[in-house]
Design a protein around this ligand. Structure first.
Ligand code: 13P
Length: 258
């Protein structure tokens, strides 16, 4: 059975003290063992602190991005090896804010290099993909997801794919309060799994965890998680609050009967 996985993407939020308080609180509400995978992805500068505070808890550590080189003259960048060094298990790659909002944006070629570099270092990538509103309205949703998967996962073996999580995050649902309907999420996830089956075979596709992300919160998590192909969530805003993130994790446990 594929892994159910809920991750909190804190984005550029929190102070060091708030970061520590958030995971200390989650450690209490979530308990020390869980039937689902849970990760928190703080900003780079708080990874070390959060790593200390989640020792012995059910939470794992993830980063929000990485570079594709191991070291050298790349001012401001962080290598996968550095992330591993401070205790990361996961790294989000290809988030829509990195594709579309920051600087000139990351292209699929760079995202693919990052996926390979992260795997080589021993990190587990969470590849984020998703269509913009005009692409959905123009009936291009499936084509965009296909292209982002084919380009982002190019050159991977089936064995490597087994360590990758895909996060479906429709751009129009991120930070807007307008989540995809459960049916929209399910339909997109079915398409993603179909493409993965074409690329890596049926067994790998059936075992790949596909998270939904985009305005998932304590109120809508249950119905989204109830969808057969929604294997967890990548949570932004609601992951910054102990109560909300806890409820989302609990909704995943309940929806999947774990
Ligand atoms: P929100 O949950 O704030 O919409 O963000 C989703 C997201 O981008 C997670 O990576």
């Amino acid at each position: 059975m594929r892994k159910i996985f809920v991750a909190g993407n804190w984005k550029m939020n929190m102070t060091k003290a708030e970061a520590a308080a958030l995971v200390d609180g989650l450690a209490k509400t979530l308990g020390s063992s869980l039937p689902v995978e849970v990760a928190v992805c703080p900003p780079f500068v708080y990874l070390d602190t959060v790593a200390d505070h989640i020792k012995g808890t059910a939470m794992k550590l993830g980063a929000q991005n990485c570079y594709f080189e191991t070291k050298g003259a790349f001012t401001g960048e962080v290598s996968p090896q550095m992330l591993l060094d401070v205790g990361c298990t996961f790294v989000i790659i290809g988030h829509s804010e990195r594709r579309h909002t920051i600087g000139k944006g990351e292209c699929d070629g760079m995202i693919n290099k990052k996926v390979h570099a992260a795997l080589k270092a021993g990190l587990k990538p969470i590849l984020a993909i998703g269509e913009k509103l005009e692409q959905r309205d123009g009936n291009q949703m499936e084509a965009i997801l296909t292209q982002q998967l084919k380009d982002g996962l190019a050159g991977l073996t089936a064995e490597q794919m087994a360590t990758i999580t895909v996060a479906y995050e429709p751009v129009w649902a991120i930070g807007t309060g307008r989540n995809a309907t459960p049916q929209q999420a399910q339909d997109a996830h079915v398409h993603i799994r179909k493409v993965l089956a074409e690329m890596f075979g049926q067994a790998v596709a059936a075992n790949t965890t596909i998270q939904y992300g985009g305005s998932m919160n304590a109120a809508n998590a249950a119905e989204l998680m109830a969808q057969k192909d929604v294997d967890g969530g990548l949570i932004g805003g609601a992951s910054l609050k102990i109560d909300d993130f806890t409820k989302i994790v609990q909704a995943a446990v309940k929806a999947k009967g774990l």
